[in-house]
Design a protein around this ligand. Sequence first.
Ligand code: SF4
Length: 647
Amino acid sequence: MQNQDFDQDSTGMYSEADHEHAVISTFDLFSIGIGPSSSHTVGPMRAGAIFVADLVEAGLLLKVDRIIVHLYGSLALTGEGHMTPSALLLGLESADVETVDTSYVPKRFDEIKATKKLFLGHGLPGNTGKEVSFNYERDFVWKWGQKLPLHSNGMRLTVYDDQGDVLATNDMFSVGGGFVVNGALSISPTSSPDSNDRSDLASAEPGDSGHHPADLAENIYYKETHRANAAGDRRTGSGVKNFNNTTEKTDNLLEDTLGSSSGTMSPVISGTADVDVTSERATKSQQPPYPFSDAASLLNLCHKHQLTIAQLVFENEKSFGYSENDIYRKLFRLWGVMDSSILEGVQAPRDSTLPGSLKLHRRAPALYSRLTRGLYSSQNDNDKGLKSLAQPSSAKTDTSLPSVPDTALSQGQVSLWRRQTQTVHGSFDHPIMPSPSRRTTLAAMDYLTVYAIAVNETNAAGGRIVTAPTNGAAGIIPAVLKYVVEFVSDDPERDIATFLLTAAAIGMLYKRGATISAAEGGCMAEVGVACSMAAGAFAACMGAKPETIEQAAEIGIEHNLGLTCDPIGGLVQAPCIERNALGAVKAISSANLALSGDSGTQKVRLDDAIRAMRLTAKGMRDEFKETSLSGLATSVPFKIPVSVPDC
Ligand code: SF4
């Protein structure tokens, strides 16, 4: 504990030093969400659902006549372009970020704006919601230039009764990775269902959220949408707090400008929506049997109990109330979503562009098509172009016959035709002749690249992905795992579980020892951490010992230290999409380096690298941490406004 305190003091960063171990649930670290942003899309949708669940629990939902939403900080600056309003409003309608139809979100958002009606709790069982008037232009308030002190991504949600009196309010923070921190719902004792006395709130005006519950620390382990489902110590803290018990006024908790950050790091706590959890699960919760605080203690436990890292994490998951079947089911659900996000990316129309001012072309469909040229395809929009080239458009097709697959020959002819049209740049009248145009095929690298790009393009288009550990870095872990499943594994069931549980253990070390938020540590905290997680997990699937896994993870982060976050236009697209592809390649290279050496002889241990990451994050200027105020974001001469990224 002494060291942890020292770390916290010397870096000024939050390191969870006040908690005795690093163990969180794998299913908090990896959560299913929608793109493009874990902090600007996933978190706000979850926050909205949590707020309404708390209103139900407090018996207030049916008394609500009006709701006002305030967005602060980064959410206010870039939220509109990144689907924060639609995500938050759909969350207030109790949409589940894990299961909501991604095409329904923008459609329903348009309806809300057009009808000026918001159906709070619409998705709750038994149709127990409450429809209220909601004028988007008036009731959705952008607090540009202001931020709440705990974190840049702040939301203040306040509900009023039909007299215009405040019924309840809460501040929610989307702190990256889909994690949400929220205080206890602050209500007036007079707004309880049994009370008619409203005298102390009579003066409250819409827009004034009244007193604020200054007790966030009590409630930081509340991670579920429904408080009753939160397991064990996550349920700590009061769900409902009376205004009278609070001492600080809202205004005291506001910072006037974005530049006046308190410098404190928020504990990263989530509300992972999980429709399957039960309150029984919560009561079964207990301390993890194998608590570890750093890589050294993790390895010690593995040796002491003769467990692999994955086995150890599996056992710890039971302390969150999950049965073995639950754990398997949830792991394979995560993998299913990851795999689908790859498929969605490679099957997208070839000539489509991603949303946003960059008008970036999707590359995964063409890359995948090139990679699989010569193979029979089961789908394919992608092959239509080839078919049309191989067959004159005037040719008639007999639809009564089974479709004839594209033959390798016909595709080869098309490829030949294409290659012949390529030109060579340079002078032939020169002693150094120009090189002819060629393409290399490095199968592993090419597959990893296309898988990662596919996921990140799905994310950028608002599709469903797994935050791993964030949306911006969501491509690396699925890409490496897909590669394991398709090209390495002789037992995918074993290896999927091994991969995800090992990656989760490594992610926990970063979350405790440094950060997984670009706002705190730049891109090394997201792409760097994902690379490290994937490197260790890949090594685990190759049968590596815990020390070798640790070494792979260390190499994975060591060469990402100092990686800045500077996305162009504040969009999670460039350099983010390619950066995931390179992160996936680097993860396997890191693992291969570790696997080919003598484990335990490395000079830099994972704990050293994590400490270095924390120091690097502390020394990194704010311009390189989710501000888009420097680096590529300002050096690329696009005529687009600089804004804040949000991956
Ligand atoms: S550059 Fe920034 S926005 Fe892009 S992936 Fe890295 S951390 Fe996320």
